[in-house]
Design a protein around this ligand. Structure first.
Ligand code: AMP
Length: 281
């Protein structure tokens, strides 16, 4: 396994004759790897000749008041885990490498980036799509691996690839959860014991919505109110958003029919957590 820190070194490495004709799979992450990330990497490993992982805590997707500085980082452990799952190359650029002095170019994703997470994080998807496009331009992978956990991110990136005529295919990998259902996230380490136990209610409320829809409920407000009631029982937990939308377009729906995305963001203490499920009704 190679660790590369310069974009030009990575491009040069991928142009070498030993890489000609090989299929390239790419997993972008912010590191502090957990089993969610590893399931993307394993999938990438089995489906491609070359498996490339990037680790970069991208400052442009964080607002000034957010957790960029304290975001958990552990390069040594990430390298150990990456080696175990047989990553070929880790791309580990510095901020200066990705955003040198004088950097000014950003992607504008349009209205799809203004709903859900985009409401409380207005510049988030501008930062996410910009870094993903920059990484894609360094790697030119055949396949890009993203997690269902960040449903809106996956939809926004897929749309960017389509809109900008980029031929990289996207694979969405199911959310990996803790035993009690909490979606794995690097940010879970921020939670105290009490907060951690309340965090499991996020998935419980999603399962409740699923059960209601399976039993024939089609009224959006009814399901949303029931989920709010479950979540509001928890003193530490504040709902940022809770919505039922069209799972492909993120447009509002009048009835719980078709392919529905139920998405939640909550703040527990200072920690913002997101989760979602997709239901076909
Ligand atoms: P992050 O490091 O949080 O930016 O995540 C990097 C990639 O891993 C993104 O595509 C995420 O959607 C994905 N990911 C994060 N957590 C999980 C999880 N629990 N299950 C599946 N994929 C995940």
């Amino acid at each position: 396994m190679k660790t590369i820190v310069r974009a030009n070194t990575l491009k040069h490495c991928l142009k070498q004759p030993n890489h000609h004709g090989k299929t390239i799979g790419f997993v972008p992450t912010m590191g502090y790897l957990h089993d969610g990330h590893l399931s993307l990497i394993r999938r990438c490993r089995t489906e491609n000749d070359l498996c490339i992982l990037s680790i970069f805590v991208n400052p442009t997707q964080f607002a000034p008041h957010e957790d960029f500085k304290r975001y958990p980082r552990n390069k040594k452990n990430d390298e150990l885990l990456a080696k175990e799952v047989k990553v070929d190359i880790i791309f580990y650029p510095s901020i200066k490498e990705m955003y040198p002095t004088g950097y000014t170019t950003y992607i504008d994703v349009g209205t799809i980036g203004h709903v859900l997470c985009g409401k409380s994080r207005p510049h988030h998807f501008r930062g996410v799509t910009t870094i993903v496009l920059k990484l894609l331009n360094c790697i030119h992978p055949h396949k890009l691996y993203l997690g269902q956990k960040d449903a809106q991110q996956a939809i926004v990136i897929k749309k960017m690839l389509k809109d900008l005529n980029i031929s990289t295919k996207v694979s969405i990998v199911p959310t990996v959860r803790e035993k009690d259902g909490l979606a794995m996230s690097s940010r879970n380490v921020y939670l105290s014991k009490q907060q951690r136990s309340q965090a499991s209610m996020i998935y419980q409320s999603l399962l409740y919505a699923k059960m209601k829809i399976r039993n024939g409920e089609t009224n959006v407000s009814m399901v949303k109110s029931a989920m709010r009631r479950i979540l509001n029982q928890n003193s530490f937990l504040k709902i940022d958003y809770l919505d039922c939308l069209n799972a492909d377009t993120l447009m509002p729906i009048k009835k719980l029919q078709g392919k529905i995305l139920i998405a939640i963001a909550v703040v527990i203490g200072k920690t913002r957590l997101i989760d979602n499920i997709i239901i076909r009704a």
